[in-house]
Design a protein around this ligand. Structure first.
Ligand code: F6R
Length: 605
């Protein structure tokens, strides 16, 4: 969480830093600030609230200067306020720092700095950093040496960008938090994520853990912790700036829901040949030694992993799913015939990286299924498989869920081919691979449906929304409930349909709306569960195939999806649930792209 950007080059830095912060706002939006270095002084402006508040505060202020940095915050230490907003400075305003991560030893550092006369203005962990740097400068160190000496004192996780009044050069480093360098014609950038500078350049260098970078008006220099120069590959990123902008849409979430057919085509392109999944990272035979798969993931990615685990079990593979944030405390036994798959859109979720690192210390192989090339997960795992969904900016994950599931379906296809499973599992997965071909067009018909908006209005007064499903419908029910609660702030829960009668039914009243997911497989069982809720007065919205006549006849309202293999119908049903949540949140006037208390990329454990 938190987004940082720094920029050094020709022409004023202010506008590019502001544009960068606006593109990074999905990482946090409690407060924002910038620091511009010019002619030996540093000007700082920061405000509680979204970047629009910062823009308003900057109105009419002239901040010349070609070098500077900015920050958009998701609070970890200290409530959102002007004072707690970054950048933070030292007592004499000689050093300004933007930080993403958590400095674990900030308490002891703060105490010792206070004893030496330093005054603190904020409650943040970050503020110790400019004071530490200032002390080193006072000892006569060069700006770069002072920066390194201060970083040596830090424990925890950080991506840091620092500007110092005596130089236009900006210094940055990363340890446990992401940082990517953008190499433009007229300027060089460093940021938490590439969309920050995609408007200006698509040439990037992915910095490695503990790399240091100095960006100066004439270019950049990367070194390791001891100062030895490093060569890192310069790459072109294939997301264009337009992908990361809203265009005519009022919300990124709605745009990203609509982008799902394209995202799915990108995920599948060139990956199915003659009915067999071909994955460049997994040549034929490369999975033949794997007996178990253990997924680790959080949130929406956890639901995609659950969905993927159903597909793998249907492919005859023993697959289990663990929440990343529990994995270290309740470890699954791992051996050399196990593949640990981290499913993570951003590739930077701290909980999932921690789980991946536990797996890396075992005999198992690891795989990152992610959307971000160059992310920490992609670089740390033994293998990576990219979902190719394009940038997702809305905090609520939508298109990446569909693309994760499609990619995991391909992996299931690769498993049956490699294990030469034969029989039922080969036939089943063969049908799923055929179905994948029709999936993008089927999603296209669902995104255009007016049904979810009408139902969001009709049922806007309910006290609770319960989502039910079985088989692949179960993770979809969980995902439907997560999406609904995170952007409407209404009470929503997802259940395995058969679980309702084991407790949650006690909560069902005539003010409860049940959303039941049907897939065309075992629907009659789900209908029993639906009737149990109806007889307690609940209204039921069914979501499923057009052909599910019994379901349609039983429920009060029905959102239908085109006919497809039951294993893939869940993806279609989920699109209706995304739209239901979206419209319900719009009716309630919620902050859809930036729901309260949340951030897109959760880089703290
Ligand atoms: C919910 C949502 C989150 C993320 C979770 C994991 O809409 O987006 O639940 O899915 O924080 O993020 P990644 O996939 O980046 O690891």
């Amino acid at each position: 969480m938190c987004g940082i950007i720094a920029r050094v080059g020709n022409g004023g830095a202010l506008e590019e830093l502001m544009a960068g912060l606006e593109n990074l706002e999905y990482r946090g939006y409690d407060s924002a600030g910038i620091a511009i270095q010019s002619g030996g002084t540093i000007e700082v402006c920061k405000r509680e609230g979204e970047t629009s508040e910062l823009r308003a505060a900057l109105e009419g202020r002239s901040l010349p200067g070609n070098s500077g940095l900015g920050h958009t915050r998701w609070s970890t230490h200290g409530r959102p306020s002007d004072a707690n907003a970054h950048p933070h400075t030292d007592c004499q305003n000689r050093v300004a720092v933007a930080h993403n991560g958590i400095i674990q030893n900030h308490g002891s550092l703060r105490a010792e700095l206070r004893e030496r006369g330093h005054r603190f203005e904020s409650e943040t962990d970050t503020e110790v950093v400019p004071h530490l740097i200032a002390e080193e400068l006072d000892l006569g160190m060069s700006p770069e040496a002072a920066f390194r000496a201060a970083v040596d004192r830090l424990e925890g996780s950080y991506a840091l960008a620092v500007t110092i009044d005596s130089t236009e050069t900006v210094f940055a480093t990363r340890h446990g938090s992401p940082l990517v360098l953008g190499v433009g014609y007229d300027a060089t950038y460093v940021a938490s994520d590439a969309p920050a500078f995609l408007d200006f350049t698509d040439t990037v260098v992915y910095l490695e853990e503990d790399d240091y970078v100095a960006i100066a008006p004439d270019g950049y220099r990367i070194t390791d912790a001891s100062g030895t120069p490093l060569e890192r590959p310069v790459e072109s990123i294939n997301w264009d700036a337009g992908d990361a902008q809203k265009g005519a849409y009022s919300h990124f979430m709605r745009k990203e829901i609509d982008e799902q057919p394209v995202a799915l085509r990108q995920a599948l392109e060139g990956r199915i040949e003659d009915g067999t999944a071909t994955l460049e990272q997994f040549p034929p035979g490369s999975l033949s030694d794997i007996e178990h798969v253990v997924f680790v993931a959080c949130g929406t990615s956890y639901h995609a992993a659950m969905y993927g685990s159903v597909l793998l079990r249907r492919a005859g593979v023993t697959a289990t799913v663990a929440r990343s944030n529990e994995f270290a405390y309740d470890p699954t036994p791992l051996d050399d015939r196990t593949l640990v798959i981290a499913v993570t859109q951003s590739g930077e979720t701290a909980d999932t990286l921690a789980a991946l690192r536990v797996a890396a210390g075992s005999p198992s192989r690891t795989l990152a299924v992610t959307n971000v090339v160059g992310s920490t997960a992609a670089r740390e795992a033994d293998h990576s498989l990219f979902i190719q969904a394009g940038p997702e900016i809305g905090v609520a994950a939508t298109k990446t869920f569909s693309s994760q599931v499609a990619t995991l379906a391909l992996l299931a296809g690769r498993f049956v081919a490699d294990r030469d499973s034969g029989g039922d599992s080969t036939d089943r997965i063969g049908r799923v691979l055929d179905g994948l071909d029709r999936l993008p067009a089927a999603v296209e018909t669902v995104v255009g449906s007016a049904g979810p908006e009408a139902l969001a209005r009709e049922f806007s007064d309910a006290s609770s929304y319960f989502f039910l499903g079985r088989g692949v419908g179960y993770p979809v029910a969980l995902e439907g409930a997560l999406k609904f609660k995170e952007i409407t702030y209404d009470h929503a829960e997802g259940f395995a349909a058969g679980e309702l009668k084991h407790g949650p039914l006690a909560l069902v009243t005539e003010d409860t709306v049940i959303v039941a997911v049907f897939t065309g497989r075992h629907d009659e069982k789900t209908l029993h569960n639906v009737r149990e809720a109806q007889s307690r007065g609940a209204s039921v919205i069914g979501v499923g195939p057009e052909s599910a006549v019994a379901a349609r006849d039983t429920v009060e309202e029905y959102l239908s999806v085109p006919a497809l293999e039951p294993e893939l119908v869940g993806v279609l049903a989920n699109v209706h649930l995304q739209l239901l949540a979206y419209h319900a949140a719009a009716i309630r006037g919620r902050s859809i792209d930036k729901p309260r208390n949340l951030a897109k990329s959760v880089t703290v454990e």
